[in-house]
Design a protein around this ligand. Structure first.
Ligand SMILES: C[S@@+](CC[C@H](N)C(=O)[O-])C[C@H]1O[C@@H](n2cnc3c(N)ncnc32)[C@H](O)[C@@H]1O
Length: 374
């Protein structure tokens, strides 16, 4: 046995007895999760073999869900009150910082990074500056790309680039990862002092089947998946679209002015209803009952609102898992490590259908982002 200098001193086994040969990673890569919510990132990374080293989440409700699913993970509440030294050394940090101030779902003026919520990004950046993890993943709504005519996104890029990160980003739609929901989110990947890393992680060299609208054998455009309704398994003649519209953080009290376009329809009765929190879990591709906390001490309406909110804010685990697999392979290659199911970056069968993208090694290089309407 010998120790690999970049594997935290953890013993790695030489293959064929040669110290210079490929080695096997004995310890999973570690993931620190900031703004953890209900752990969409955490679940996806765990499925890809990562060990969750740390979580930070201010909401009591989300904390109670995290506690149930990740009982042994050290956890803290307010990102404003921690320092880099509080976070165990971790290869990867993920952060879906609050989107309220950049989201187009909030009609009217957007405060952007000057807002109290989205401005928490700067606390994340402060911690990154103190610890410089090898890989960062920042997630947000596509509205981040257009907030203040793109200046806010430029600030995000510039702040992380100044800390030594090369950056790339991609808008991924959950519907291309087997999730029954059209949910576009920006994923910004930063690699410390490695210009090639973000593109290796985010962009597969091969092309999938393409993302053009499917056509029938006669060449006619297929029916939109939103219109293709499927029967609700438990209901009497109830129908729902095969792919739901994007879920937002909504209240249990239906105001009529919210953004929901997701309804279960009972055509024979001329009635509609909204999705239940449990159905939202399915539409987010979480396991059943994932958003049920360790203890319930809220009235029914508050409890439902908390679940709708938490689910509407979350990352879908299949997208997180895909990214995690790419990052795991990147780290293994970078560290000179291999593991049994190593198939190389780009060697996996990946989902197609991303939208805007570009990479940026320095804030001085031109930035290109495809305009987004979400
Ligand atoms: C967009 S959500 C992240 C969702 C998460 N990625 C998931 O999969 O569930 C942002 C989260 O940041 C949390 N948050 C807001 N202010 C915070 C603070 N000061 N410290 C830590 N977490 C905070 C919110 O409670 C919310 O759960």
């Amino acid at each position: 046995m010998f120790t690999h200098p970049e594997n935290g001193g953890v013993p790695v086994a030489p293959l064929n007895g040669k110290a210079s040969a490929k080695v096997i990673r004995l310890r999973p890569h570690a993931l620190a999760s900031l703004f953890s919510g209900i752990g969409g990132f955490d679940l996806g990374f765990q499925r890809a073999g990562f060990e969750i080293s740390f979580q930070c989440e201010i909401s009591d409700f989300c904390q109670a869900i995290l506690k149930r699913h990740f009982p042994k993970v050290p956890r803290t509440t307010n990102i404003k009150e921690i320092n880099g030294a509080d976070i165990p050394t971790s290869d990867v940090w993920v952060a879906g910082f609050p989107c309220q101030d950049v989201s187009l779902a909030r009609m009217g003026k957007r405060d952007g990074l000057k807002g109290q919520q989205s401005g928490l990004f700067f606390h994340f950046a402060r911690l990154v500056g103190e610890s410089r993890p090898r890989v960062l993943v920042v997630e947000n709504v596509p509205g981040l790309l257009s907030s203040h005519q793109g200046r806010d996104f430029g600030i995000v890029l510039g702040t992380l680039a100044e800390l030594g990160y090369s950056l790339g980003w991609r808008v991924l739609n959950s519907k291309n990862f087997g999730v029954p929901q059209s949910r576009q989110r920006v994923f910004l990947v930063g690699c410390h002092r490695d210009r090639e890393g973000p593109a290796q992680i985010l962009f597969e060299p091969e092309r999938g089947g393409g993302d053009a609208s499917p056509r029938g054998s006669d060449g006619a455009a297929a029916v939109s998946p939103f219109k293709r309704v499927v029967e609700h398994p438990g209901g009497e003649g109830a129908v729902t679209p095969a792919i739901a519209y994007c879920l937002y953080a909504e209240s249990a009290r239906h105001t009529g002015t919210d953004w929901s376009r997701n309804y279960v329809v009972y055509p024979s009765q001329g009635a509609v209803r909204r999705l239940t929190p449990s159905e939202c879990e399915g539409v987010m591709a979480f396991p059943p009952s994932w958003s049920v906390p360790s203890e319930v001490h809220w009235d029914e309406e508050t409890y439902d609102t908390l679940r709708y909110h938490a689910l509407g804010n979350a990352v879908t685990p299949p997208v997180a898992e895909w990214l995690a697999g790419r990052i795991r392979d990147y780290l293994d290659l970078r560290l000179g490590l291999r593991h049994e199911h190593q198939d190389g970056i780009g060697g996996r069968d990946v989902a197609a259908g991303a939208a805007g993208h570009a990479t940026c090694a320095s804030p001085l290089e031109p930035l290109v982002a495809e305009a987004s309407t979400s």
